[in-house]
Design a protein around this ligand. Structure first.
Ligand SMILES: Cc1ncc(COP(=O)(O)O)c(C=O)c1O
Length: 382
């Protein structure tokens, strides 16, 4: 049987076969509604709170600061809409987002602005993909309600200097809510500092860590004010009503517990693979890596090859059972140029023809050799 090579971890991290069994076993013992006071309900509540504690531990937070959601898209929406709805009769809340945010942030911010609920300003990024810190800071004023700053970009892997910027934004305006979409950092680096970093909120997604799809979490720093997103039965301490998605939450919690303490080893392994792939690309005339020169995730390489369509590479990869992605997986069924690459100053052709390789900790050097071989064939056929 031909080997399957999955190099799309930033799109979603595959669920390990054993994980299905582990979760089924746990759910059988926690089948009640966590809001019920009888024994099955209490068992479910224990499983729910264990998962909350595991997520909190991985980011150095308090369990009470974790709100489970349907994913990072919802967690990001919760913050942006929550801040926008604080406006009563005064001036519109001023929201700043970077040009390289995931669409869950940038499209939500644009929609809120279009509905007249906030004043939106977009902070530019440098050609290497990191936010232009000087410009961002110059935009923060006494009436800035929110700054949303992606921690690691899902397409390019480029990191923003989060720690440094939280302090500098707060220095300019201590009341500004600083939010980060930290989806791509979870499990790829030690994040146990985040809970104490001063950031007001952070969005996470379980399926980027090998948990089931459809579950995420919002870290909301204790004392941070935010309007509830979903109202109803008062679950999640009144911030996100609705009976909890127990399979997803238990799965997310287990993956967090399994990841704690392993992040650096995973990152080292993925970095070795990424460096091998970068060596392959360095020998290909016309290959350009996007975001080089910036700090980046250990597992991500976004590139294009002059004159070669991205789809040509992806199609041939797929035929060889190599699964990679173009631009952002969340929008890859729509052939739109990547807004992130456009913001970095690349042409529309490049923004349409980039390929993203994002390694898992399970890939190996043989995978890279096969990927290099298939890529070479695509180039030679041209
Ligand atoms: C940086 C980033 N933010 C948000 C999301 C959306 O996460 P979810 O699929 O949990 O809604 C993704 C998914 O690709 C992502 O990479």
């Amino acid at each position: 049987m031909m080997k399957h090579i999955y190099v799309d971890a930033n799109g979603t991290y595959p669920v390990a076969p054993k994980h299905y069994d582990d979760i089924a076993a746990r759910l059988k013992l926690a089948d009640g509604n966590p809001s019920s006071i009888h024994a099955p309900g209490r068992n479910a509540k224990i499983a729910l709170e264990d998962a909350r504690t595991a997520v909190a531990k991985l980011i150095g937070a308090n369990a009470q600061e974790i709100i489970f959601t349907s994913g990072a898209t919802e967690a990001n929406n919760m913050v942006l809409s929550g801040i926008a709805s604080t406006h009563k009769n005064g001036p519109l809340p001023k929201i700043i987002v970077t040009a390289a945010e995931h669409s869950a942030v940038i499209e939500t911010a644009k929609a809120l602005a279009q509905r007249g609920l906030c004043d939106l300003a977009i902070a530019p990024v440098l050609p290497n993909g990191a936010v232009d810190t000087e410009k961002l800071l110059s935009m923060v004023t006494s009436d800035t309600a929110l700054v949303a700053l992606i921690a690691a970009n899902n397409e390019t892997g480029v990191l923003n200097p989060l720690m440094e910027l939280i302090g500098q934004i707060k220095k300019r305006n201590p009341l500004t809510h600083v939010h980060t979409d930290a989806v791509q950092l979870l499990g790829k680096t030690d994040l146990t500092w985040l809970g104490q970093s001063g950031v007001n909120s952070a969005a996470f997604s379980g399926h980027k860590l090998g948990a089931f799809k459809g579950t995420g979490a919002l870290f909301l720093k204790r004392g941070t004010r935010l309007h509830p997103f979903v109202t109803g039965g008062g679950q999640e301490r009144g911030r996100r009503a609705g009976t909890e998605n127990m399979p997803g939450i238990v799965s997310f919690g287990l993956r967090c517990a399994e990841t704690l303490g392993q992040e650096v080893a995973f990152a080292t392994r993925m970095r070795q693979l990424r460096d091998l792939w970068l060596q392959v690309l360095s020998k290909i005339p016309g290959a350009v890596v996007h975001g080089s020169g910036a700090d980046s995730l250990p597992n991500t390489v976004n590139f294009h090859i002059e004159g070669i369509a991205g789809d040509d590479i992806l199609l041939n990869f797929d035929l060889a059972n190599i699964y990679a992605s173009s631009g952002s997986a969340c929008s890859s069924s729509v052939a739109r140029p990547s807004h992130v690459l456009l913001a970095m100053g690349y042409s529309e052709w490049i923004a349409l023809n980039s390929v993203r390789i994002s390694f898992t900790a399970e890939n190996d050097a043989d995978d890279i050799a096969l990927m290099a071989h298939v890529l070479q064939q695509v180039i030679e056929r041209k």
